[in-house]
Design a protein around this ligand. Structure first.
Ligand SMILES: Cc1ncc(COP(=O)(O)O)c(C=O)c1O
Length: 414
């Protein structure tokens, strides 16, 4: 599948042109980007849960409406528009992940689906999987379910005293015959950015291990560059930093697995999470006795796909790519510093890991209760494992960050 040319929406194009190429700054963001978010910005709160459910652009609803209008108007003629948008979704995610092929991105409705597709595709009855105690609940639960059914032996890396994981520790666990290593690039509870990931992937692969990286907290936050990173698979989705809501997720497969010389879809894997959209010739309705998969990443598709999710994700992906992940990263780190400074001047010492994702932490013995008290005072955050997570994004102003620091200080004092 060729990388499709993206046609930018004129309002987005004007906003991005107006913003210019330089580093992001609040005055220009207010002028050019805030108007694209008038609906969410009507809410009277300081929203710092951008790492949880991202804020959608006004255009998201219009894009979804456009998909639905085509259905009313054209009935099955709408498939053309729908399939084109799914192709664009794959191309946009491929760009975001530094992939040279759009078909390397296989749309999924959640990240867990991507994990299961890989577990089921490795041709072995009982897999040996190495992972950490820090993976998101979805990954954790699925692996435990496979272990319970005897489908996998799972080896868990425990966190150190500070709740961190280390590449060397993971590599040691891969020492014996291991099929799959599953790690996060950025850990969801602590925001730890796993250092040495590239070397870990390479060393694990030298031992014959396939590596899956959960990039849910990395994609759109910091450059992922999957081809350079070398990960065999990544899973992720759009409902956080990419502002695309639930359901717009993916399994991405490194291009080296997409061509095995046989032209057989799924490369050397026997893709079992499959369906008629993975067929070599989808609309021929031919039924060969043995499944003939489409070549490349299309051989990993499944049955009739959801279509609205691609429209839901479109505006957020365009904006993320238009703003550029490197600029977003620099601006987010700057905002974290402002927030951290405000917390400190209000008597709160934040946890600022040296290597971290897009949010910072405040320790609390009752983090859920603290979030409720913050919400009552107009600050939206969330809690995980003894921490309150605070994540600014381009729509937060410096005044909001300063105020959030005061409110956290007040809540902790009372
Ligand atoms: C690191 C990480 N992975 C995955 C997910 C979501 O998993 P799923 O799409 O399977 O529900 C989340 C959601 O918060 C996450 O933080």
């Amino acid at each position: 599948m060729p990388m499709e040319q993206t046609t930018l929406d004129p309002a987005f194009e004007a906003a991005l042109t107006g913003l210019g190429d330089g580093p992001l700054d609040e005055a220009r963001l207010r002028r050019h980007i805030f108007p694209l978010f008038s609906r969410v910005l009507e809410r009277d709160e300081i929203y710092l849960a951008n790492h949880s459910l991202g804020r959608p652009a006004d255009r998201m609803a219009e894009d979804v409406q456009h998909a639905l209008d085509a259905w009313y108007r054209d009935m099955d003629g709408a498939w053309e528009l729908w399939m084109e948008e799914i192709g664009r979704f794959r191309a946009q995610v491929a760009r975001l992940l530094g992939l040279s092929r759009a078909d390397a991105v296989v749309p999924k409705t959640n990240a867990g689906q991507g994990l299961r597709a890989v577990l089921n595709a490795i041709p072995k009855d009982r897999l040996r999987v190495v992972t950490t105690r820090g993976e998101f609940d979805s990954v954790d639960f699925i692996l435990k379910a496979y272990a319970q059914r005897g489908r996998a032996e799972v080896v868990w890396a425990e966190p150190d005293e500070a709740g961190m994981f280390h590449a060397e520790q993971l590599l040691d666990l891969c020492a014996r015959r291991t099929d799959l290593l599953v790690v996060s690039q950025v850990y969801y509870a602590t925001g730890q950015h796993l250092t040495g990931l590239r070397e870990l992937i390479r060393s694990a692969q030298e031992r014959g291990v396939l590596v899956m990286v959960d990039v849910y907290h990395a994609a759109g936050v910091l450059p992922v560059e999957m081809e350079t990173l070398g990960a065999d698979f990544t899973i992720g989705g759009c409902y956080k930093y990419l502002r695309g809501g639930p359901g717009a997720c993916w399994l991405a497969i490194h291009p080296r697995h997409l061509e095995d010389g046989t032209g057989e879809g799924g490369g050397r894997f026997g893709v079992l999470d499959t369906g008629w959209f993975a067929k070599r010739d989808v609309f021929s309705f031919a039924r060969a006795e043995t499944p003939e998969y489409a070549p490349g990443g299309d051989g990993w598709l499944e049955s009739t796909p959801p279509i609205l999710t691609a429209f839901q994700a479109k505006a957020g992906l365009e904006l993320t790519l238009g703003l550029g992940v490197e600029r977003l990263r620099a601006y987010n780190l700057h905002q974290q510093e402002i927030l951290a400074e405000s917390l400190r001047s209000n008597g709160v010492e934040p946890v600022l890991l040296d290597e971290r994702g897009a949010f910072l932490l405040v320790r609390s013995a009752d983090a859920p209760g603290m979030c409720e008290r913050l919400a009552a005072r107009g600050v939206k955050a969330d809690a995980r494992m003894g921490f309150v997570r605070l994540c600014p994004d381009v729509l937060n102003t410096e005044a909001e960050l300063a105020r959030a620091g005061e409110v956290v200080g007040e809540v902790l004092r009372h």
